[in-house]
Design a protein around this ligand. Structure first.
Ligand SMILES: *Cc1c(COP(=O)(O)O)cnc(C)c1O
Length: 451
């Protein structure tokens, strides 16, 4: 009795106060700002208890770090989870298989850009990048080029927080200086020039400074040629660099990467963890460039926002080379590989997505363009950009994150700014009114805090 009473008090008690000093949060000190406590999530809204004890209902402009594309407590996804829970939640994947994994792999291969033939399930985006990098090294060894041990990528990238993934993140922003002894040194090309996706009639067109684009292409080709004999693969977020700066670039750059990879015998690894499943206005961002990668990582939106899951897709050529190699296998195998619960929800999420993403993302893009353009009138704002269901306000200096977060919450919106960026990657199911609320809340918060 007493224990039950204590538990009940605790649940109703101040969870944020108990959290502080006990639980680490992403990139935050133990004594950092008091977090907001979530007591419920439904549709595109979160119910919060704020650090000052007040409660708020906010539109989630972040879709839980870009995952919850259908919103929270979606009846179809809840039902898929319950159904699988009644069957079995987890079994090992060594020597066993199950419908949720095979069904999801079939869906992924069918949706993928280009002829993807095989799927490796990983438990997070970072781990899928680790697997893709291992895969490229194993591929080169299997095809007689074991000296090819480095990767070519562009500055400003983000590929995850585990060591190998971190080593291909931007060398300055990617925390390389904190781990100088461990991180492998890879080859970094300049950032492609910033591009904009502009509405021309009923079509969207990429606009880039042509001279800068030509210069970048030359630099990228030269760098690849100079290092060709030691390179295993090009690793890149196609068309939109996400956590490295919410920076879109011209699809023609992705085409250059494909050509360079072919010319020098490198694999092209597309990290579509942020961009995949419609976020940029194409089902996969590679499609903007009409490029088929050799290896593709997916995560985030794959999950529908329910359970951690990611996947590495590869062509039959890559799969065959690994299979025929001395090891004969891809050297990875996590405990929770192809977790049935996660796979069942992901399959249900992709089925929902198939029929809805295109119309929803186009609608969200149009509402973001309208809703965010007034931000350009603010003194503190340097740039406003929209690509698909991604809307970005870039300030002329670092964002006061706690102040902007609090101001946005007061205006009914949850955002998580970083560096000089206040951005949204909302659930695709946001109505026009929800997107208008998000844009107005972002602008009000920037105006209140930064002017
Ligand atoms: C989020 C992200 C990752 C890492 O995924 P986690 O699931 O957080 O490990 C890797 N690459 C890109 C492009 C991402 O956006």
């Amino acid at each position: 009795m007493r224990e039950a009473a204590t538990l009940a008090t605790r649940r109703g008690g101040d969870v944020a106060a108990r959290d502080r000093g006990l639980v680490w949060h992403p990139y935050a000190p133990l004594n950092g700002p008091v977090p907001y406590a979530v007591s419920g999530a439904s549709g595109v809204r979160l119910s919060l208890t704020c650090p000052d004890g007040s409660t708020a209902e906010v539109v989630d402009a972040m879709a839980s770090w870009w995952c919850a594309v259908h919103g929270y407590r979606h009846p179809t996804l809840d039902a898929a989870a319950h159904r699988q829970l009644d069957d079995f939640s987890h079994v090992m994947f060594g020597g066993l298989t199950h419908e949720p994994a095979v069904g999801l792999a079939e869906r992924l291969v069918a949706m993928a850009p280009g002829p993807m033939a095989h799927v490796f399930f990983a438990d997070s985006g970072s781990v899928s990048v680790e697997v893709a990098l291992k895969l490229a090294l194993q591929y080169q060894t299997a095809t007689g080029s074991s000296e090819r041990q480095r990767f070519l990528t562009i500055r400003g990238g983000y590929h995850g927080d585990t060591f190998a993934a971190m080593s291909v993140c931007d060398p300055v922003d990617g925390m390389h200086s904190a781990f100088p002894g461990v991180l492998a040194s890879h080859v970094f090309a300049p950032r492609p020039p910033l591009a904009r996706l502009e509405a021309h009639g009923d079509r969207d067109e990429w606009v880039t400074d042509e001279a800068e684009l030509a210069q970048w292409s030359r630099d990228f080709r030269d760098l690849a040629a100079a290092h060709a004999s030691e390179l295993a693969a090009v690793v890149v977020e196609p068309v939109l660099q996400g956590a490295g700066g919410m920076r879109p670039y011209d699809p023609r750059c992705v085409r250059v990467m494909r050509e360079v990879a072919d010319e020098h015998g490198l694999l092209l690894i597309a990290d579509e963890i942020a961009t995949g499943f419609g976020r940029t206005g194409r089902l996969f961002a590679c499609e903007w460039a009409d490029v088929a990668p050799d290896v593709m990582c997916v995560g985030k939106a794959l999950t529908g926002g329910y359970l951690s899951l990611a996947a590495v897709l590869m062509t039959s050529r890559v799969g065959a080379a690994i299979t025929e190699s001395d090891f004969g296998a891809l050297l990875h195998g996590p405990t929770f590989m192809a977790n049935p619960l996660a796979c069942a929800v992901a399959s249900a999420s992709l089925d929902l997505l198939q029929d809805t993403w295109s119309g929803n993302v186009a609608r969200v893009q149009s509402s973001l363009r309208t809703g965010l353009s007034p931000a350009l009138d603010l003194a503190s704002v340097r740039d406003v950009r929209v690509v698909g269901a991604v809307g970005v306000i870039q300030l002329d200096g670092p964002v006061d994150v706690p102040a902007v977060t609090a101001a946005a919450v007061r205006n009914g919106v949850w955002v998580r700014p970083f560096r000089d960026l206040v951005y949204t990657m909302p659930p695709y199911v946001c109505t026009d009114e929800d997107v208008a609320t998000i844009c107005a809340g972002m602008i009000a918060a920037v105006r209140e805090v930064h002017g």
